[in-house]
Design a protein around this ligand. Structure first.
Ligand code: HEC
Ligand code: HEC
Ligand code: HEC
Length: 183
């Protein structure tokens, strides 16, 4: 037996290293794992309070509707009615809490629209897409579409079709060639 362990020194060194490593691990764990970790699961219990303490930046849909009845009416029946005010107008909790404290900026009336409607193969097909090069005119989309109720009555123009001017959004129909009346 003694013969078997005569060269035990290297084993002792490895064991000492392992023990030292384990002690370092325990020390690091005690210092680095935040208090409350694991109380309710694999997260820090105090994170819930921290999140609750953060200031609100979004007022929510109801706040917009409470004060802007006219806009709610304007949006009625539109596909845009499902989109929250703050999706387009940005976070406005400060404005909702005290309208005089913050006057919302008017959203960009082209970039904003194209952010959701620019032709893009990766976009879900239910969102109508346009190529701004051959749709409408350069300039604000709101020259023809109302931001809060953008629907037009006419059917969608064919790809590449020119759809009128801001003054006359639907454009004049192309002149019809006179038809020969056969008797
Ligand atoms: C799809 C984007 C979008 C949504 C959703 C939206 N808005 Fe707007 N809103 C706009 C744009 C763009 C303008 C600027 C229109 C313009 O200048 O013609 C605007 C203008 C306004 C104005 C100024 C109107 C004026 O005549 O000066 C108010 C007030 C307003 N929005 C409130 C709201 C409220 C309240 C909601 C939610 C009930 C809402 N908006 C939802 C895009 C949006
Ligand atoms: C947050 C994304 C978003 C923004 C920003 C946005 N839209 Fe829309 N829009 C939608 C969704 C979703 C629909 C409903 C699906 C559809 O018909 O494309 C829609 C519908 C439409 C429609 C089609 C209505 C119909 O005939 O069915 C038009 C036109 C339109 N939007 C124009 C605009 C214009 C102009 C702006 C900028 C003032 C704008 N949108 C901003 C998401 C957006
Ligand atoms: C010169 C007027 C004009 C301008 C400017 C204009 N549009 Fe249109 N738009 C129309 C007409 C007309 C239709 C056809 C009516 C319809 O499809 O409901 C239309 C339809 C649409 C549709 C629905 C397309 C479909 O497949 O049904 C979307 C989305 C749209 N426009 C977004 C925009 C965006 C975004 C801008 C700004 C980059 C814009 N429009 C600028 C006149 C205009």
């Amino acid at each position: 037996m003694r013969e078997l362990f005569k060269d035990k020194e290297h084993l002792v060194r490895v064991a000492a290293l392992a023990v030292a490593g384990f002690l370092v691990f325990l020390l690091a764990k005690a210092r680095l794992v935040p208090a409350g970790f694991g109380a309710y699961g694999h997260f820090r219990a105090g994170a819930l309070d921290d999140n609750r303490a953060r200031p609100l930046v979004f007022a929510g849909r109801q706040a917009g509707a409470d004060c802007h009845e006219d806009i709610v009416k304007a949006r009625h029946g539109s596909k845009h009615a499902a989109i929250g005010c703050e999706t387009c107008h940005g976070p406005l909790e400060k404005h909702a809490a005290d309208p005089s404290a913050l006057t919302p900026e008017r959203p960009d009336q082209r970039d904003l629209c194209l952010g959701c409607h620019h032709e893009n193969a990766a976009r879900p097909a239910f969102i109508r897409q346009v190529n701004p090069q051959d749709h409408g005119e350069p300039g604000p989309c709101t020259a023809c579409h109302k931001a809060h109720h953008p629907e037009m009555e006419e059917p969608a123009p064919a790809a590449g079709a020119v759809v009128g001017t801001a003054a006359d959004p639907h454009g004049a129909p192309p002149a019809q060639p006179a038809q020969e009346v056969k008797q």
